[in-house]
Design a protein around this ligand. Structure first.
Ligand code: ZN
Length: 306
């Protein structure tokens, strides 16, 4: 599609340029010939005529070229800009374009992540590898045991309702992990580093590897008691009926897929089909409708002044 558009532009450019040139030169020559009879020197006239013809053609070509260069910018879209690299559609130019797009995306995500303010609503609390769970959050929450798991007392009812609805539809859901205290998180994190060191890594390498695999204490959403890992925590979960059911229905009970595919540069967490987070029905439905992860949604609310 890109190359068709581009070929069209190139051919119209070529025919326009040659057509204009021919027309101009013949008209110009005729009028100068008449003048020559009046002033004499035919050779001198031919020379001047050639020079002026050359200048005329150069100016025409330059004007057309400028139009061709700047016109695509008027459309603004990436496709237009990309279809404009005419002859240069070599690997080199393609690479430059690829780099440009990724460079465009990174500062935008970076800006979004750096500028999200923590909100006062408990159900919209933000925790990710760059944002620590506020101490004040834990002092205001209450952890209870339900479904043989510890969770924030405020999600017990919505989760129970969702669970019952799933069972009614023949879907089997079970919780693999829910609330984790900061102390437990610390143990998991330190154990990971220890195991990495045992496997031959330096302390620095071991810590870096642990940072990727396990959240630091206070930086895991499980520390809130609002996150639930389902059905064994495996990638295969995305191919199950349970996952499909959650995709369709979880928002109606206030839960969202917290780390969706394609949003990794914003969430800083790999795609996790098993990890759901309670945000409340109204927000969950809006996030689903807007196809936004929590970071994007919080930024969206902030920009709207809500
Ligand atoms: Zn999880």
């Amino acid at each position: 599609m890109r190359s068709n558009y581009h070929n069209k532009r190139r051919s119209s450019f070529t025919s326009k340029r040659s057509g204009t040139g021919r027309k101009k030169s013949s008209g110009f020559t005729r009028s100068r010939k008449c003048k020559r009879k009046r002033i004499g020197s035919y050779e001198a006239f031919r020379m001047r005529s050639k020079i002026r013809l050359a200048i005329g053609c150069t100016v025409t070509a330059a004007v057309l070229l400028c139009g061709f260069v700047f016109l695509p910018g008027l459309f603004g879209g990436k496709d237009d800009q990309m279809s404009f690299h005419p002859v240069e559609s070599t690997g080199e130019i393609q690479d430059t374009w690829e780099q440009t797009t990724s460079l465009e995306e990174t500062p935008k995500d970076e800006e979004l992540c750096l500028n999200i303010r923590q909100r006062s609503e408990w159900n919209l609390v933000l925790v990710n590898p760059k944002v620590e769970l506020p101490e004040s959050y834990l002092s205001s929450s209450q952890i209870v045991t339900a479904f043989e798991m510890e969770m924030d007392s405020r999600i017990e009812k919505p989760y129970t309702q969702m669970y019952k609805a799933a069972v009614k539809d023949g879907i089997s859901l079970w919780i693999s992990s829910c609330y984790r205290s900061k102390e437990l998180q610390k143990e998991l994190y330190e154990r990971e580093i220890e195991e990495n060191v045992k496997s031959g890594m330096s302390q620095e390498e071991a810590t870096a590897a642990a940072d990727v695999a396990v959240a630091r204490p206070g930086y895991s959403e499980h520390n809130t008691g609002l996150a639930i890992d389902f059905n064994g925590v495996t990638m295969d979960f995305e191919n199950t009926k349970a996952f499909q059911w959650l995709q369709e229905n979880a928002a109606d009970y206030g839960f969202v897929l917290r780390f969706p595919k394609g949003k990794e540069s914003i969430t800083h967490i790999m795609y996790e089909p098993w990890h759901y987070r309670y945000v409340g029905v109204e927000h969950a439905q809006k996030m689903k409708e807007l196809d936004m992860c929590l970071e994007e949604y919080l930024y969206y609310l902030q920009e709207k002044g809500e």
